[in-house]
Design a protein around this ligand. Sequence first.
Ligand SMILES: Nc1ncnc2c1ncn2[C@@H]1O[C@H](COP(=O)(O)OP(=O)(O)OP(=O)(O)O)[C@@H](O)[C@H]1O
Ligand SMILES: [Mg+2]
Length: 369
Amino acid sequence: MTALVGIVGGGQLARMTAQAATRLGLKVAVFAPEPLAPAFETAQVVFRAEYDDETMLKRFAKRCDVVTCEFENVPASALTTIEAHTKLCPSAAVFACAQDRIREKTLFAECSVPSVAWQAVSSLEELTRAIEKLELPVVLKRAHGGYDGKGQREIVEQGQVEEAWKEVAAGKTEQRAIVEKKAILASEFSLIAARKERGECVLFPPSENMHEDGILRESRVPAKLTASRLARAQHWTRALTEKLDVVGLLAVEFFLTREGEVLANEMAPRPHNSGHWTLDAAPTSQFEQLLRALLDWPLAATEPVLPARMVNLLGDSWRDYRKFLQDPDAVLHLYAKRETRKGRKMGHVTFRAFPKKHDNSDEKGEHRP
Ligand SMILES: Nc1ncnc2c1ncn2[C@@H]1O[C@H](COP(=O)(O)OP(=O)(O)OP(=O)(O)O)[C@@H](O)[C@H]1O
Ligand SMILES: [Mg+2]
């Protein structure tokens, strides 16, 4: 019988996972509250309900052979219900850790994974004291619920402290926040691991990520990274997947500071925007690896890869999509979101650099699209 894979969340990550599943002859059930979720049209079974609808969650879980989530902020109660009725991968415990920046950074420390200096704060007084220790500039982030740079504020001078606290935490039901030393970045990169139940684990090559206003704009492969820095980041990524006993994917975002330090920023137990290039420039995509891990199929090779550049189409920029259709190196992906909003991820394009005749430059690692 064909396996039915459940996905909680109906955005582009669920959509692309469902597309990969269809190619493999699998069926997908998507659970999401939005009436026109982008993943509904690529799923064979649709559960449209709120994340606190226990009856529907139970029905969904009972129907699926295995369930995963496309975003980490799925309410804990929903995850508990699902886990009581079917296999949830990664486990609810992994999501609980990834959705709380304080628990996440604590885990990094437990696994000896370096990150920026930080402190947990739950009042303006605590924030003020933490800043005395960390020294400005810092970044104040809500412990729970932020994404794409939302729920965070940079504090450069003393005069901004109170306003930042008000914006990020005061008045919110939960006042837990984390204040981090602002790192001076040379670059950012990420690693995506796929891991199976008995510990088999593969990593995709790192991608170098460019952010603007806290949103990922572009990812590039190969990342410019020395072998020893990459080896350390790979070691830490494996250590985190082991410690969390991840079945599925774990993406880890890293900072490379101007001083040459590699620091873990955050992690996500799901497909990651910085891995979208794998659809068009790797032997297997992150979405297929996720399915293979969930179903206990053999994991696939992650190399060799083509040099590639993935560009997010944010807001209105997707409307210009026709220009990419004439470029033989470009692969266009549109998410069919009904509403275009500023900064919203509407699609992406991957530009691949195929080897040119008599061109050995990529063998030297110099070729960039
Ligand atoms: N402590 C820091 N020092 C320097 N830059 C930072 C720091 N924290 C965040 N940033 C910048 O802001 C970006 C977004 O931060 P972070 O990854 O914590 O937030 P997010 O809302 O979870 O983002 P996303 O969902 O896009 O990953 C980072 O990729 C980095 O460019
Ligand atoms: Mg991030």
